[in-house]
Design a protein around this ligand. Structure first.
Ligand code: PAF
Length: 282
């Protein structure tokens, strides 16, 4: 696996692959890689001959007072982990490569509507930073395929919308959430949990699984299901931001006969903000 920081070197490598008519997949990450990221690389490799993993902690998607400064930066460990995967290139651009005119003067990509509720309501501007950086990484890597995790359900829908709206010739693949043995979704931010918090954390997935069970059993009393899940989270020691049952297709408020639901939740636990979701095929 080659490690590249320079965009000209990256372009030469991409041109070489293009001459061989090879397809290119991108796995954008902010590093501190775990088994969930490795699964994204494996899925990327199923859909393209070449895989570029990017590690870039994107300043524009963090709000004031969020964890940009403390976000775990573990590049040496990440390099070792990626060596055991089918990644061809680890692209580690500096901020001056991703934002040549600086972050304040950056051209922005904004997806309205879909970004304004759920996580977007609690992290104003977050998704604007995500779409802005993902569009830039797409411009640098020019992939045929991009892989994102289902854990960030709203994020992958927002990116799909951006790609459709800008007619970008990129196929978005969404990879299943990888979980710890007790059900907690893997996340770089789990590192913020102390031992006692870590024991409480699986309550997030438990409450979503409980909603799934009730939806499959025929309940359509969405408000009651959401409220009792939020109460269960609070009882378990988490501070819920939201628990929401939505249409899996577009995160709209679901009709009772909706074909596919998604139950999503976000909660604070100590220094961590945890998110998770389950899709329910009704
Ligand atoms: O999901 C993430 O890790 C980030 O939001 C992403 C997609 C790499 C953009 O910085």
């Amino acid at each position: 696996m080659k490690i590249i920081a320079d965009k000209h070197e990256l372009r030469e490598q991409l041109a070489e692959w293009r001459r061989e008519h090879e397809h290119i997949a991108i796995v954008p990450t902010m590093g501190n890689l775990h088994a969930g990221h490795v699964s994204l690389v494996d899925i990327a490799r199923e859909h393209a001959e070449r895989v570029v993993v990017t590690v870039f902690v994107n300043p524009t998607q963090f709000g004031a007072g969020e964890d940009f400064d403390s976000y775990p930066r573990t590049i040496d460990k990440d390099k070792r982990r990626l060596k055991k995967t089918p990644a061809d290139v680890l692209f580690v651009p500096g901020v001056e490569t991703v934002y040549p005119f600086g972050t304040e003067q950056a051209t922005r990509v904004v997806v309205p509507g879909l970004t304004e509720h759920l996580c977007g309501a609690f992290r104003p501007g977050h998704f604007d930073g995500v779409t802005t950086v993902v569009a830039r990484l797409f411009a640098l890597v020019q992939p045929d395929v991009a892989v994102f995790g289902q854990k960030d359900y709203q994020q992958q829908l927002v990116i799909r919308r951006m790609v459709d709206d800008l007619n970008l010739p990129i196929t978005i693949r969404t990879a299943p959430t990888v979980r710890e043995a007790d059900g907690l979704a893997m996340s770089s931010r789990n590192a913020y949990l102390d031992a006692a918090e870590r024991r409480c954390a699986p309550a997030l997935y438990e409450c979503l699984r409980n909603i799934k069970g009730q939806l499959l059993a025929g309940s359509r009393d969405f408000d009651v299901l959401e409220k009792s899940a939020a109460e269960a989270l609070a009882t378990a020691g988490l501070a819920p931001e939201y628990v929401a049952i939505r249409s899996a297709e577009d995160l709209a408020e679901p009709a009772p006969n909706c074909a596919k639901f998604v139950a999503l939740a976000a909660a604070r636990l100590g220094q961590a903000r945890l998110i998770d979701n389950v899709v329910v095929d009704a």
